[in-house]
Write a protein that binds this ligand. Structure first.
Ligand code: SF4
Length: 301
């Protein structure tokens, strides 16, 4: 029996579903039951009728799924797959900011650890950050951990005082204006679609700025046929699947999140077989981290 067939058989036997982020390897996206960005997958996780969730993504995603589904068992194919940005926030600074601004809202990008979420008022994803911050009653916002997404939100909502943190995604932050210039010269008819985790000078050169699902929808609905893509290159699987007649060019061949790429079919089969790498979140952390996640889901409606 092939690895894929074994996975399908075990999934049925164990009443398991596989959730996969757009950034994982193509072979993993091919066998997943649900593929999406963090926002979509966090919504799906609340509605799943299965005993086990295998989360093909990085650790904060598995934690969020467990927080939203305490009665389900959540497993990570690779326990070491982590997001560098999820840890880039100084807890002392959060306390300082709360002391400084009485009405402060700590707005936490979902790419953060469960512990950081417990210190936050509301979570956001790149798909809903602007909408949620705009609708908060607070004037003063501390946006953590991603400084680039925070800056994008700040520019969209000038009436708020959005205070930035200096976290960043190493993959998106490494993309440069020189790469954009070169790609636009090479593909003059292509539109440039970019993720707001990139630096603001890159966003200023874009035809469209949005989350991974936003980029996929934009390209799918556009009459244009060529696109330069400024995000992690795993998104090409879905872009090509949905748009076989269109052409997509990566802004950078190095736009690859190694942590996402550590997830393989063999590792998925192993967790299904051995029930290793289960995600555990303490009751205290779960209850505190649940609040900003649920608030996000309600405010994003
Ligand atoms: S692409 Fe960046 S933000 Fe996404 S998981 Fe990898 S390091 Fe984190």
């Amino acid at each position: 029996m092939s690895t894929r067939e074994e996975i399908q058989k075990l999934k049925k036997e164990k009443n398991a579903v596989i959730l996969a982020h757009y950034y994982v390897n193509d072979e993993v996206q091919e066998i997943a039951d649900y593929i999406g960005d963090s926002f979509y997958l966090s919504k799906v996780a609340t509605k799943i009728d299965a005993a086990q969730i295998i989360f093909a993504g990085v650790s904060f995603m598995g934690e969020s799924a467990k927080i939203l589904n305490p009665t389900k068992r959540v497993f990570m194919p690779d326990a070491g797959a982590d997001c560098a940005m999820a840890h880039m926030v100084d807890m002392k600074k959060i306390t300082q900011m709360r002391e400084q601004y009485e009405d402060l809202a700590v707005v936490c990008y979902i790419n953060s650890t469960a512990e950081i979420k417990t210190f936050s008022d509301v979570c956001v994803t790149s798909a809903n950050a602007v909408k949620i911050v705009k609708n908060l009653p607070n004037k003063n916002i501390f946006f953590i951990p991603d400084g680039n997404l925070g800056e994008y939100v700040k520019e969209q909502i000038p009436e708020k005082n959005v205070i930035l943190n200096n976290g960043y995604c190493p993959i998106h932050a490494a993309m440069t204006t020189e790469q954009v210039k070169k790609a636009k010269e090479t593909y003059p008819d292509a539109e440039f679609l970019v993720h707001p985790e990139c630096k603001k000078e890159i966003l200023a050169m874009a035809d469209y700025i949005g989350s991974t699902s936003g980029i996929i929808n934009y390209a799918t609905n556009s009459e244009k046929t060529e696109f330069i893509i400024g995000t992690e290159n795993g998104v090409f699987y879905e872009l090509k699947k949905k748009n076989p007649g269109k052409k997509f060019y990566p802004l950078s061949e190095k736009g690859i999140c190694q942590d996402m790429k550590t997830i393989t079919l063999t590792k998925i089969l192993n967790v299904l077989k051995n029930e290793e790498n289960e995600v555990f979140v303490s009751d205290e952390v779960r209850q505190k981290a649940m609040r900003p996640l649920e608030r996000m889901l309600a405010l994003a409606e």
